[in-house]
Design a protein around this ligand. Structure first.
Ligand SMILES: C[S@@+](CC[C@H](N)C(=O)[O-])C[C@H]1O[C@@H](n2cnc3c(N)ncnc32)[C@H](O)[C@@H]1O
Length: 223
């Protein structure tokens, strides 16, 4: 049992529960046509993000790592009335495509894309006093995930959900000797969470059409 089976099961659950959606399908197609890497969340993962955002009534969402806007669209569709989503992307070609995809999905009015390295755009958001955010989805350069998490925590409120994607990395997260920056990032995130009393967190391993990976879900305590 391996990738072929995981992909088939993702197809099954997608057709059973997620369904087809024109704007999302077109976003993936336009991204593939433009040669973007196929590293967007899978349809079931996109729907999970959507359901999580809806379940907390999120009206202020921050996403790090837009790519073609696939997860952005899932999340933006979950916004409570009057809500707003800020998404951060470093690559201007990806950002241009995402803006077109978000517009086609009819979400331009509620999505703001900030172009630039996330550590820089986060600093701008801080100066602008943006937030606190109800949900933060961390899905950019993986070595910086712990830094993004720390920023998100400082711009959160009790009840904020912080989700960090790709933290299992084919199981390499348990390899203490790894010099892969993405693995080091995932390990630093877990170390940070161990000593962080302000959140309650767990990490879930996943398999599917995107392979073997996983995500961390952290809830800011209190409230
Ligand atoms: C995994 S993809 C995001 C996928 C997207 N969230 C989705 O599921 O549809 C990661 C994205 O982060 C962007 N990225 C990488 N380093 C970044 C940085 N330092 N600041 C902002 N974005 C960055 C990449 O260009 C890429 O588009």
């Amino acid at each position: 049992m391996g990738h072929e089976r995981w992909t088939a099961v993702d197809s099954y659950t997608t057709s059973s529960l997620v369904g087809r959606d024109r704007a999302l399908d077109e976003t993936l197609q336009a991204s593939a046509d433009a040669g973007l890497p196929a590293i967007a969340v899978s349809p079931p993962q996109g729907k999970l993000l959507h359901l999580l955002a809806r379940s907390i009534g999120a009206s202020c969402i921050l996403e790090l790592g837009t790519l073609g806007g696939y997860s952005t669209i899932w999340l933006a569709r979950a916004l409570a009335p009057g809500g707003h989503l800020i998404t951060l992307e470093a690559n201007s070609d990806y950002a241009d495509l995402a803006i077109a995809n978000i517009e086609r999905a009819g979400l331009s009015a509620v999505v703001e894309l900030r172009l630039g390295r996330a550590l820089d755009t986060l600093a701008e958001l801080h100066v602008e006093d943006r937030g606190p955010f109800d949900l933060v989805f961390i899905d950019a350069d993986k070595q910086s995930t712990p830094d993004y998490f720390a920023w998100a925590l400082e711009h959160s409120h009790p009840g904020t959900l912080i989700i960090a994607d790709n933290v299992i990395r084919d199981g390499a997260v348990i390899d203490a000797d790894s010099d892969d920056p993405a693995v080091e990032g995932a390990r630093r995130l877990h170390e940070l969470l161990q000593s962080e009393s302000r959140v309650s967190a767990t990490t879930i391993q996943t398999v599917g059409l995107k392979g073997y990976d996983g995500f961390t879900l952290a809830l800011v305590n209190g409230g």
